[in-house]
Design a protein around this ligand. Structure first.
Ligand SMILES: [Zn+2]
Length: 1094
């Protein structure tokens, strides 16, 4: 130390004199008391009239002469358009505040005429406050939808535009009141209970108000600083300072008696903590480095759930109109919306709102996202359905807004199929956003930002919002949880914060935007809270991560395979008829597209590809795959809608099938007898001029028909009654012993092995008590397995031989489930093939009358197979899951989703269970279990009640799971049809087109054959048609290994071919030969080819 330092140690005497004597005692604040006090200032309790809340409005008017109100009630449950509602003939009657309107689902149109007092004309903000405790929409007098209202104290304000504020003028608006809340009309205050049909809604507010903007601003200042006082750690100076600031604001307000001046003073105190710029978007310009939380406005609108599609159409208009208004008022605001279907509804029904949305899309403030038709379930739709969700979604966005989406946005679906990353990449999306796994009720998913990897190795960057919701209220806590719950901060600390009212729609409110400004102001000024901004785009957020990965700054963790959701496992089974509609529609569309493609190339010259009808069918099927529809978690009304949709699909589909077959020269009109037309399981001989219509890509052996001479290589099936009222069914391959409808022995004669463990019964019907913790339609819990009860016929005479060969033998059993419910099962065995190509299977057809309460019906197959893993068909592949409960992760998969089959194999041998409309399955040890029916009572009190038809089959096979199972699954779902044809040779040649050569690897499946989307003769006009005619062929490797094969062209002449993505953009050209095209696929690859016709 040098000599100079003495100066610093002895400061110069201060001019201010610190008082020598203490003036009064001062105590240390009791922290929690001064913190608890804050509630007085902004809450509705006993001090409301003395609090800030009493200062929010300077004036309020209601009733005549300033507000005149009349109403017209729409008949029944109709939802008339503006034009219909304002017809001169409609009688509008006087209405007033306090009146109640109903019942549930009715609509009431109000005509509201108002005039403002002179002194209000220059007030900075005048609002109409409307609260009918239900959803509503403000319309202009000339029929433009302006603003959606929520009701029940939420979003009840419409800012009266400046041009309405003139002297001595009356203005008229209309308000369309929907008698439902954001969450429909649940009874008894429990959201998921079935709708109360008789709910009435009271009109509580129809007022004009002058807003005290400074008081409103102080309300949000105080909210956020108060949160800092409550939520920051007590050992931080920021927490203590927040508490002091809040107490100073309250003291100042009390001293000034809530005057305008003192409110301004209070705001000045608040700005010491929040900074100067919190009243504008400028707050986000301060110190842009270190921003890690990217808020993004969104509003999750369930396309149906506790309300039907018809209401969703109005929700879309209400929600998005609100957002357009907020985008006008808040320059920083950004909003994303997904689901092409919802955009299409808006385009058709609300041209004014559509134009408003379009102009914001152009500005970049309203952003399209997701790239799919709806936010669909990903467990149950077929692979091709997933492809079409993207194809129809991306094409819609591109055709209307000039751009495709890069992020698959799916915050609220019940588990994620393992092939999604591959399909996303093939649909031009390399990013995926979701969050639902935060609902797992057993294990905590370990990542928030990671690479999610498909079966084939394809990857997408997946981000799961750390705030663990897609309906964040933009609270202080949402911002802080975006860091505290971020599990991938070793890799990247940034995150998305999707905020806005959701599920029933709504989206961000102005209050949320105000809160976010203050959160950021707080971070700028005192720090500690993570810095939040409103993201420019979701893509920009992902771009940031991608850049870091590209420069090697970070390396993302990987997650291979499905994102299994550890909840809502009942959704694989609930609403069985709806699921059956889905499966049957998918199969039907497959057949139509294949046959219609052939017909446009090789058929009647006048035949045109039925693109418009196919689009309508697909749009119906895709809509029904919405994540509350197909899973079975919607109200009864929604299933009436989906039943109608499937009925339309089947009706159009039958017409299209006939059209395509007719164009190919089949005589489809001759026979009306369906049985005659169908030959599956060899009920009817195929002879003479009849040709089997075979739409699958391999040579399919028609089951032998013993009565026909053409089949000499067959062995007949036989049946006999044994002692003890058991039956024996047998053919060359299998011997089945059946007692009371259950299989006591299943013996493989060739492999010489018994497949049913001694003392067990297979094809055993079992019933469980099924009361999940809360979400009835959604969940089944592990403990249901404790209530297992076998169903047995009440007496032995209920079984009888229903078919006695020689093509097929069958035994039918009638089993009583309860007083009201029964099941009739027919177990059948066909004559075995002696070619060795076809493995015998035991087939079961069931008819069920089901009237149970909270029960779960399954059918069980105990086996003599040993493995710790079972295999299940998933979209374009196989997913393997444990058969044991070693860890909590294994146990969580006690009920899983499968498609056409599940398989349990050991070295050298296995058993597959096939189905044609089921999705729920479980393999516990050596017991396989197919889930058949559930009986939840909420949100649909009548879910699954009534008659059901279903089929399943037991397929024992030599070797492990392989092409036998894959093909059997397809064949079980695509029954053969045969029709007369005048030129058998030619049509057989035509039907050979786009099938696999016999030397192709058996793992290959041609899943889809269709015409090119933009072909000049098959375009729907959404996108500009392109010259030329194309066939799209989609092939995949079904078994998980390198596969090579040849797709044959038959008589079709192909000029050139390209590998393409699922949006049909041509990529690399591939070589074509006269007879076909060689394909090479990596394990579980989905490959599409675009073939140009010569
Ligand atoms: Zn949802």
């Amino acid at each position: 130390m040098g000599g100079d330092t003495n100066k610093a140690m002895w400061p110069a005497p201060s001019s201010a004199k610190y008082p020598q004597l203490a003036s009064r005692p001062v105590g240390k604040q009791i922290h929690h008391i001064y913190r608890d006090r804050l509630g007085q200032f902004t809450s509705n309790g006993q001090y409301k009239q003395q609090s800030l809340l009493s200062k929010l409005y300077d004036a309020r008017l209601s009733g005549e002469p300033h507000v005149k109100l009349s109403v017209w009630s729409a008949p029944g449950q109709t939802r008339p358009s503006f034009e219909e509602a304002t017809k001169k003939s409609n009688e509008y009657r006087t209405a007033r505040k306090g009146d109640a309107f109903g019942p549930s689902w009715t609509t009431h149109w109000f005509k509201l005429t108002f005039s403002l007092p002179h002194e209000w004309i220059y007030k900075p903000c005048v609002e109409l406050h409307w609260d009918s405790n239900s959803e509503a929409m403000v319309w202009s007098e000339d029929g433009n939808p302006l603003q959606g209202l929520t009701g029940g104290g939420e979003r009840n304000e419409w800012v009266i535009p400046k041009h309405f504020r003139d002297f001595d003028q009356e203005h008229t608006i209309y308000i369309e009141m929907a008698c439902n809340g954001m969450f429909g009309n649940p009874s008894g205050g429990d959201t998921i209970q079935p709708p109360d049909p008789d709910r009435y809604f009271r009109l509580d507010e129809a007022d004009l108000v002058v807003v005290n903007l400074e008081a409103r601003a102080l309300f949000y200042d105080f909210w956020i600083i108060g949160d800092a006082a409550r939520e920051f750690p007590e050992d931080s100076w920021q927490e203590h300072q927040a508490l002091q600031i809040c107490n100073q604001i309250m003291d100042c307000f009390i001293t000034g008696e809530g005057s305008r001046d003192c409110i301004s003073e209070c705001r000045d105190i608040a700005k010491k903590y929040l900074g100067e710029h919190i009243d504008s978007e400028k707050v986000y310009e301060h110190e842009t480095s270190g921003v890690i939380v990217n808020a993004m406005g969104n509003c999750h609108i369930d396309t149906c759930w506790l309300w039907p599609w018809a209401e969703t159409k109005r929700k879309v208009a209400r929600s998005w109109s609100n957002q357009c208004d907020l985008l006008d008022r808040y320059p920083e605001h950004r909003f994303v919306a997904s689901q092409a279907q919802q955009f299409k509804w808006l385009e058709k029904l609300y041209p004014y709102a559509w134009d408003r949305v379009k102009s914001h899309v152009k500005k970049g403030t309203f952003q399209t996202i997701g790239g799919s038709w709806v936010e669909h379930d990903t467990n149950m739709p077929s692979g091709e359905s997933l492809v079409r969700q993207f194809l129809y979604g991306q094409r819609f966005f591109e055709s209307r807004f000039g751009a495709r989406c890069r992020t698959f946005w799916l915050p609220d679906t019940f588990g994620y199929s393992t092939q999604l990353p591959q399909l996303c990449r093939l649909a031009g999306m390399e990013r995926f956003f979701t969050q639902k796994l935060s609902w797992n009720n057993i294990n905590n998913f370990p990542h928030t930002t990671f690479n999610w990897v498909s079966l084939d190795g394809s990857q997408v960057i997946c981000h799961m919002a750390p705030c663990e919701t897609y309906t964040a209220e933009a609270h202080f806590g949402d911002v802080s949880r975006s860091v505290s719950q971020h599990k991938s901060m070793d890799q990247d600390a940034t995150s998305l914060l999707p905020f806005g009212k959701g599920d029933g729609g709504g989206g961000p409110t102005f209050g949320m935007l105000e809160k976010l400004r203050r959160c950021r102001g707080l971070s700028n000024t005192v720090g500690l809270l993570p810095k939040v901004k409103i993201a420019e785009t979701v893509d920009a957020f992902f771009d940031g991560i991608e850049r870091k990965v590209a420069t090697g700054e970070t390396e993302l963790v990987t997650w291979y395979g499905e994102l299994y959701f550890e909840l809502h496992r009942g959704t694989y089974t609930t609403q069985a008829n709806n699921k059956r509609g889905n499966r049957k529609s998918e199969a039907m569309l497959h057949d139509i597209e294949y046959l219609a493609t052939l017909a446009t190339i090789q058929g009647d010259k006048k035949y045109a590809y039925p693109k418009k009808d196919l689009d309508t069918m697909w749009e119906d099927v895709l809509l029904c795959q919405f994540h509350d529809c197909l899973p079975g978690s919607a109200i009864e009304m929604c299933y009436r809608d989906s039943d109608e949709a499937y009925a339309r699909v089947f009706k159009t589909g039958e017409k299209l099938l006939k059209g395509a077959l007719g164009a190919l020269g089949f005589e489809v009109d001759g026979k009306k007898d369906e049985k005659e037309m169908i030959c599956d399981g060899g009920q009817k001989p195929i002879k003479g001029e009849k040709v089997t219509v075979q739409t699958l890509s391999w040579d399919r052996e028609s089951l032998p028909c013993a009565a026909t001479d053409a089949f000499s290589n067959i062995s007949v099936a036989s049946v006999k009654k044994l002692e003890d009222d058991a039956f024996e069914l047998s053919n060359n391959d299998l011997r089945v012993v059946l007692k009371d409808g259950a299989i006591t022995s299943l013996y493989d004669k060739r492999a010489k092995r018994e497949l049913v463990p001694k003392g067990s019964t297979s094809n055993q019907l079992v019933i469980y008590d099924d009361k999940p913790l809360y979400w009835q339609a959604w969940d089944v819990e592990l403990y249901h397995l404790r209530s297992r009860k076998e169903l047995n016929p009440s007496n032995n005479s209920s079984s009888f031989i229903s078919s006695s060969g020689p093509d097929e033998v069958a035994v039918t059993t009638h089993t009583r489930i309860s007083e009201k419910s029964w099941i009739k099962t027919t177990v059948s065995l066909s004559a075995a093939s002696t070619t060795g190509n076809k493995t015998s299977q035991v087939e079961v057809t069931a008819e069920v009358e089901w009237h149970e309460t909270m029960k779960f019906l399954k059918v069980e197959f105990p086996t003599t197979i040993t493995n710790t893993e079972a295999s299940y068909e998933t979209q374009f592949g196989i997913v393997r899951r444990p058969t044991h409960y070693n860890t909590s992760w294994d146990m969580a998969k006690f009920e899983v989703c499968c498609h056409k089959w599940a398989d349990l194999s050991e070295h050298g041998y296995g058993i597959s269970i096939l189905n044609e409309s089921k999705y729920g399955f479980a393999t516990q040890g050596n017991v396989m279990r197919l889930s058949l029916l559930r009986a939840p009572k909420a949100p649909d009190a009548h879910a699954d009640m009534g008659r059901h038809h279903m089929r399943w089959a037991i397929l024992p096979h030599v070797g492990t799971v392989g092409e036998k199972t894959v093909r059997a699954g397809y064949e079980f779902n695509y029954p053969l049809r045969s029709f007369p044809h005048s030129d058998v040779k030619r049509i057989k040649n035509v039907m050979g087109a786009f099938k696999l050569s016999s030397d192709s690897d058996k793992s290959l499946v041609v899943d889809t054959v269709k015409r090119g989307e933009d072909d000049e003769d098959a375009s729907n006009g959404d996108m500009p048609p392109r010259e030329g005619r194309h066939v799209i062929v989609r092939v995949y490797d079904s078994l998980g290994g390198f596969s090579r094969g040849t797709v044959l062209f038959g008589p079709v002449k192909i000029a050139r071919a390209w590998k393409c993505n699922i949006l049909e953009d041509a990529g690399e050209e591939v070589e074509v030969e006269r007879e076909g095209m060689e394909v090479e696929l990596r394990a579980f690859e989905v490959a599409s080819y675009k073939l140009e016709l010569a």
